[in-house]
Design a protein around this ligand. Structure first.
Ligand SMILES: Cc1ncc(COP(=O)(O)O)c(C=O)c1O
Length: 418
């Protein structure tokens, strides 16, 4: 009896100890192994010592007075101006976009009800995919829950489905693309940023017969420079390679209908897969790929990041659809934003600040020191009510820390929803 009670008490203590720990499930090749441990406090301490521990500023954007926001500061609420939003054109607060979201929520509810397979293929999502395919002049498009997931799932799936695929990836590609490459388990070679000579060298040594895919971005989000899309695609075609271009920071922003740099440069037809987001210029949430019907169908059928997660809610799809349609026919926001960026560029250069030269709307001020970068950001917020997040390693290399400005024009409008 006593022994039994002791056993129960020991078991309880053991369960309590284990529940106080953090469990990490590691899935490797479908096998599951369980490790019990807690992350070492030293890991976060190291980030703090290196001045790259991330802190979040508690903001509340003011719908009709973009880019104004309330900062819930330690000393109480204060009005500030956001200088680093990727809601570049303020579409998250566009009256037609908000109305589409509200109307759809009232008609269809707020959630999608499941994965695409089970209950999530709602009509606004189908319409959204048609609109995206049309935007990029491709036969088909597929929507994911984010641009990150779109890259990670599509790249890994496409590469895995091509036997002996060699991946050639620009050295500045976004983490979502790198993760897609890693998950594919394919051989990868990294080419120097936008270096056509280096890419050609790698393509040549791979040989014509080896299946190859070239991964790159059209507009690099941290440096603000463009890729020579046409030249990369020409080169890839000559070497029998497929092309995959991330247009996340360019869709909605460039091209006559907002289809991105490929549209602006008249080379959309040369790119095999265009990947984009609904979360930046379109002001919502979600990501997508557009390409041939066969390729999109293969990704739809095999990508676990597409299959095993709940679909985007109908109101989110309806809002994205309204934003895409609006920016397809309206150039006004794009032009105003470009003018604004050019004006700001002149002011920054006039003030002799170390602006990295860029032709795009992204303006990186190079601080090149993580501590100074954090200090500059804090000073701007506290003394000047300007919010610009410091960009540190690993988002950029050490020594390339910066303040990345993407300031939109001031907008006032009547209340969106009465
Ligand atoms: C180049 C690039 N690709 C993909 C993504 C991921 O897009 P999303 O924010 O929609 O997940 C980002 C995010 O900032 C990005 O900069």
């Amino acid at each position: 009896m006593t022994a039994g009670l002791l056993n129960v008490a020991t078991e309880k203590r053991r369960t309590l100890r284990e529940s106080q720990r953090v469990s990490f499930d590691v899935r490797l090749n479908g096998h599951r192994s369980r490790h019990w441990s807690t992350p070492s406090g030293g890991a976060t301490l190291r980030l703090k010592e290196e001045n790259r521990y991330r802190t979040f500023v508690d903001l509340e954007r003011i719908a009709c007075r973009l880019p104004a926001a309330i900062w819930h500061s330690p000393g109480g609420p204060r009005e500030v101006t956001i200088w680093c939003s990727n809601d570049y054109l303020g579409m998250s607060q566009n009256a037609a976009v908000v109305q589409a979201m509200v109307d759809t929520a009232i008609r269809l509810g707020t959630g999608s009800g499941g994965t695409r397979n089970i209950a999530g293929t709602n009509h606004p999502l189908v319409e959204l995919e048609r609109e995206l395919a049309d935007l990029h002049a491709k036969p088909a498009a597929l929507v994911f829950t984010s641009g990150y997931v779109a890259n990670q799932s599509s790249i890994s799936t496409i590469a895995k489905l091509i036997p002996n695929c060699l991946i050639l990836s620009d050295e500045l590609n976004h983490n979502s693309m790198i993760e897609g490459v890693n998950q594919s388990n394919c051989v990868k070679q990294v080419f120097r940023h936008n270096d056509l000579g280096h890419l050609e060298q790698l393509l040549t040594s791979a040989g014509q017969r080896r299946p190859k895919i070239v991964l790159f971005e059209s507009l690099y989000s941290m440096d603000g420079d463009f890729a020579p899309i046409g030249a990369i695609c020409d080169l890839a075609k000559r070497h029998n390679a497929m092309t995959y271009c991330d247009e996340v920071h360019a869709v909605g922003m460039y091209g006559a209908t907002g289809a991105g740099i490929a549209e602006r440069d008249g080379v959309s037809g040369l790119v095999d897969v265009i990947e984009g987001t609904l979360a930046k210029a379109y002001g919502g949430l979600g990501g997508y790929i557009a390409g041939s019907a066969r390729l999109v169908d293969a990704v739809r059928s095999y990508a676990s990041g597409f299959i095993f997660t709940t679909a985007l809610p109908p109101p989110v799809c309806a809002a994205a659809l309204a934003a895409i349609r609006h920016l397809k026919s309206s150039n006004h926001e794009r032009l105003r934003h470009q003018e604004n960026a050019a004006r700001l560029k002149r002011l920054i250069c006039g003030a002799a600040l170390p602006l990295r030269p860029t032709d795009s709307h992204i303006l990186p001020i190079m601080v090149r020191d993580s501590e100074q970068c954090q200090k500059a950001s804090a000073l701007l917020l506290e003394d000047h009510a300007i919010y610009i997040q410091p960009i540190n390693y690993p988002t950029v290399p050490r020594g390339a820390e910066r303040l990345r400005i993407s300031r939109r024009f001031t907008r006032t409008c009547k209340s969106i929803v009465s």
